[in-house]
Design a protein around this ligand. Sequence first.
Ligand code: CA2
Length: 150
Amino acid sequence: MTVTTSEPRRVLVLNGPNLNLLGTREPGIYGTATLADVEALCRDRAAAHGLAADFLQSNHEGVLVDAIQAARDTASGIVLNAGAYTHTSVAIADAISAVGLPVVEVHLSNVHAREEFRHHSFISPVATAIIIGAGLNGYGYAIDQLAGLP
Ligand code: CA2
């Protein structure tokens, strides 16, 4: 008899600067859920699809770039809320292009209903899908989307 086991496919959920403050300020824009709530939702939704989730938040651009590069060896896709780096970071966009993994870009708020400088994203042209303004649910939809990809 041969018994084989397989590791679950993994998704990386990556959050950028200041998202560690979720639930502590600006509830009118970002809601009352905390980053721990986002993590719990992501882990539950991933598990429902038979996936495992890795979860990281950083306030540092280079840490986010390193995490995207490392995901090439560990993950089948990335859920990315790059926070304000969305609007500034060529380095994060280049890392996404370099690893070639599907990336679902998520924003809690509807950035198009906010200041002009939030209307441009360096991530969107290299993202597989974009979910904007759905609040916490957006992370769940992003994992659903990744789960449906081959
Ligand atoms: O809507 C989103 O998810 C954003 O990515 C959030 C970023 C913002 O710079 C983007 O334009 C849109 C900011 C995250 C800051 O989160 C906070 C949460 C609570 C209190 C203060 C900041």
